[in-house]
Design a protein around this ligand. Sequence first.
Ligand SMILES: Cc1cc2nc3c(=O)[nH]c(=O)nc-3n(C[C@H](O)[C@H](O)[C@H](O)COP(=O)(O)O)c2cc1C
Length: 306
Amino acid sequence: MNNEDNNLPCHHGPAEHRGDHHENETIRLLYERASCRSFEDKDVSDDVLNSILKAGIHAPTGGNLQPYSIIKIRDDAVRKKLGKMCGQEFIGEAPVNLLFCLDWHRLGRWAELESAPYTAPDSFIHFWIGFQDVVIAAQNICTAVDALGLGSVYIGTIFDFIDDTRKMFDLPKGVLPVVLLSLGYPKHRPEPRKKLGLDMIVHDEKYRLPDDNKLLEAFGAKYPVKPEITEERLEKIHNVVRRVQGSKAADECIEKIKERGYINFALRYFGLHYVADEMVSANEEYIGSIEKAGFKFFKPYRLKGN
Ligand SMILES: Cc1cc2nc3c(=O)[nH]c(=O)nc-3n(C[C@H](O)[C@H](O)[C@H](O)COP(=O)(O)O)c2cc1C
């Protein structure tokens, strides 16, 4: 997977998304949040950090199992190493990094000590719910970070280095790194990004297939920038489209780009950034790493008794 794209448009959206005018402080905080990628050289005190972390503990989890662990990373060398590994140097500048992990080890040990039957790491439904538990706790923490005047950004790229990350932090079997959060005091408050509006995202009672023109208009408003054509980009796009859809489609795609005079944002996303063929050819490697971490739900589970 590629590193996250930070060069996308960042202007204010319509007032509806800006939320400048909401009188409720919590709602305003949620409307005005934005990922922060530049941090002051200022430590986060234990008091502040613990208040933030406690907001995570209070998050809902399926069955209140709390199947997650958070590795608190303050060590300068380790932060820099993570920044280098993920190709995102600002990770090293954030005074605190939090590694959110799905953790079936702690519950497994508890079950063992209490002689309870336990199959959680090998169960797909446990994985599915547990993964949501991790992310919901992380998002509670993000909101707490913003509420106390700090800023943060998720780093999903960490998942490209599952094996290394497991080694770096001594993660036992049954513990899977999910996402990293870099946080600290922002050098400057980032502007909220443009988002699709309620009309695109929310459906009344039943799913409504979007009207094509409205859809193009909505994405056009979200991404008003028109990336310029270069030979290098055309070649890359041609290669990706050829691999995914065949040569004829690739030739037609390039024709259309030339006619239009710019590279539209769908092509920029799936042809240049989240490169469509690479995104699927990496599947086996990810699944292999998840299995190595002790999660076996990709294969049929054999019960010992009958
Ligand atoms: C699961 C997840 C993974 C992300 N990974 C990265 C990352 O590796 N690097 C980065 O700079 N931003 C990362 N982001 C932040 C997104 O780029 C950001 O949320 C998005 O562009 C929208 O901007 P906003 O958060 O300011 O609204 C990630 C966000 C999420 C939710």
